[in-house]
Design a binder for this molecule. Structure first.
Ligand code: FAD
Length: 447
């Protein structure tokens, strides 16, 4: 056990806490207050909620326990990483049914955040593919939890951000793929209207879709960007041999804050947009480049300097008038702080997780440098638009949402609280995020 500074990927906020790491996850989670994986959630969901709370890290518990190679059912410890899954299983014709935009995540984190991917409109969230969990529940017992054995706990744990128990093992269904390569197409589009139309049309035909938006462009170019779509290449289309693992680079130090001025954001967004020449591209794409383009640069979060950054992700529900989408992007392009990287994606129907993020509509994810009051004000403004539209934010990304905004957008909270209370009446499990958003701070608790 060691006391160290714990952070999420956004490096804001930072907390000093005791962290336990052991190959024996059952032992490591005994009487701890939260479990975390690789810390790739951006905000404070993997940070402890109270002074003196202890956190378990799962990364040393990363064994494959069972694989049914006929049906693609995999059971592994919660610290097993997606990077390992891709390395071991993709060359054998299997892939995760749902992937986030980085492979540096653990199975436990994928379940607790109920991650979604570029195929949400056809495959739903990761939780839809989970068959069973082994958990240490807050009273200390270790249970096998399935939708049949403990339906409420199962559904609350999927997307429950680690607040219902410690996930020790995950059993889930892999997807069989015809080749390890992707056939991709991408297209530059001139404005928000065209982007939303083309993305929605692409989602009718393609299993993977996502768009990049230039959030600095204004006027007629507001919302211009690149719409990307893909599918697994057939064995006829795919190159001979498996894709080679590419070299990665590292950002060696924190960038100074002047490097993130509005002018550098404008240049970055402008270059990214015009780099896409010709207007349309198609062909075979390396799976790493398609699914994990940012993973090639290790420690890329240092680009945001020592103050860190926040990622903000929300979904604006289906039927939201286009004028609201415009208002959202206008607020971004007019604010004192902007966003370097902005990703838009169509979401399919809501899944089984009681607090899972996606619901049918358009999701927008933004990286915003941490600039104190200005960043908080921008998040407040965006949240007001989201509340009015009946949307919600993604907890795995959040660090600045206010409790009143969260309660206004999260109508499922009382249902989740009821299940959590039944399993953890003393609130032994808590995170900095649940203290900020769920009102946990008022409770005298602890293990
Ligand atoms: C570059 C990048 C791209 C991303 N793209 C996407 C994306 O496309 N879609 C998406 O959905 N997410 C995305 N994410 C977010 C990421 O997938 C999630 O935050 C994921 O949960 C991180 O996994 P982790 O192992 O790092 O978990 P952590 O960040 O360590 O923890 C995340 C949450 O899970 C809980 N948790 C972790 N392990 C356990 C366990 N064993 N038992 C109980 N609770 C546990 C923690 O308490 C915390 O609440 C992205 C993140 C990055 C950095």
């Amino acid at each position: 056990m060691s006391v160290r500074e714990l952070v999420g990927w956004g490096r804001f906020p930072r907390v000093m806490a005791e962290e336990r790491v052991s190959e024996d996850l059952a032992a490591a989670t005994h009487e701890v207050n939260l479990t975390r994986g690789l810390g790739r959630s951006y905000g404070d969901s993997s940070l402890p909620g109270r002074a003196g709370d202890v956190v378990a890290r799962t990364t040393a518990a990363d064994r494959i326990l069972f694989f049914d190679e006929k049906n693609g059912i995999l059971r592994a410890e919660a610290g097993f990483s997606l990077q390992e899954l891709v390395r071991v299983f993709l060359p054998r014709g299997w892939f995760t049914p749902v992937s986030p935009g980085t492979q540096f995540v653990t199975l436990g984190g994928m379940v607790a955040s109920d991650i979604h991917g570029k195929n949400h409109h056809v495959a739903g969230c990761f939780g839809e593919h989970v068959r069973a969990l082994k958990m240490r529940v807050p009273d200390g017992r270790i249970l096998e939890v399935t939708e049949e054995s403990e339906p409420d706990l199962f559904r609350a744990t999927i997307g429950g951000m680690g607040l219902t128990g410690h996930i020790l093992e995950v059993e889930f269904q892999l997807e069989a793929v015809p080749s390890p390569w992707i056939w991709g197409e991408s297209e530059r589009v001139a404005n928000l209207e065209e982007l939303l139309d083309k993305q929605s049309a692409a989602s009718e035909e393609w299993p993977f879709t996502v768009s990049w938006v230039d959030t600095v462009a204004r006027g007629r170019g507001l919302g211009r960007g690149i719409v990307m779509k893909g599918r697994w290449a057939t064995s006829d289309e795919a190159p001979q041999g498996p894709p080679k693992i590419g070299r990665s680079f590292s950002v060696p130090f924190d960038f100074p804050s002047w490097a993130l001025a509005p002018w550098s954001m404008r240049i970055f967004n402008h270059l990214y947009f015009w780099k896409h020449l010709p207007r349309r591209k198609r062909g075979i794409v390396h799976p790493q480049k398609f699914f994990y383009p940012l993973d090639i640069v290790q420690h890329w979060n240092r680009v945001y300097g020592s103050r860190g950054f926040v990622q903000y992700q929300c979904v604006l529900p289906q039927g939201t008038p286009r004028s609201v989408h415009h208002r959202f992007f206008e607020a971004l392009s007019q604010g004192e702080v902007g966003s370097f990287l902005s990703v838009v994606k169509d979401c399919g129907e809501e899944g089984k997780g009681l607090l899972s993020f996606p619901k049918a509509g358009v999701s927008v994810a933004l990286d915003i440098p941490m600039r104190g009051r200005a960043t908080q004000e921008l998040v407040d403004t965006l949240n007001e638009i989201v509340v009015d539209a009946g949307g919600r934010i993604y907890l795995a990304k959040d660090s600045l949402t206010r409790e009143n905004h969260f309660r206004a957008m999260e109508t499922r909270l009382p249902m989740f609280a009821e299940v959590r209370n039944a399993w953890d009446p003393e609130l032994r499990l808590m995170s900095a995020q649940s203290a900020r958003l769920f009102g946990d701070r008022e409770t005298e608790a602890g293990s």
